[in-house]
Design a protein around this ligand. Sequence first.
Ligand code: ZN
Length: 143
Amino acid sequence: MSKAQIEIDHIGIAVESLDTSYPFWKAIGFNEDKNPEVVSDQKVKVGMLALANNANIELLEATQADSPIAKFISKRGPGIHHICLRVKDIHKILNQLKALGIKLINESPVKGAHNCLVAFIHPSSTGGVLVELSQKQNSKDVL
Ligand code: ZN
């Protein structure tokens, strides 16, 4: 079987609060993200915990009551929110998925944390898992 040239970028975990989440992660050897990024479009504060294999645990704290993360937590409680796959050409993949009738939350990429272009795929098309695609954005790229 051939392998797809796709890597896990991060696993997103919805948390009530970054501060109360850190003790566990620090206890097993992660360093606290001292500079969590606020992604205002998504109404979240993002704490990244770097894994050794170039992937991350992404802790997501809602910054507003109508944030998707706040809604997720009120419906299902804290927990794994999404899995993010790192892709090379997000536009191309989104077009392929669209052509196949896959239900997309973002028909076009939006700005994510850490200067990435991201798009979410609806869980109804993925077996119940919210999947995020992410492409590292070059500074010269324009949305
Ligand atoms: Zn994410």
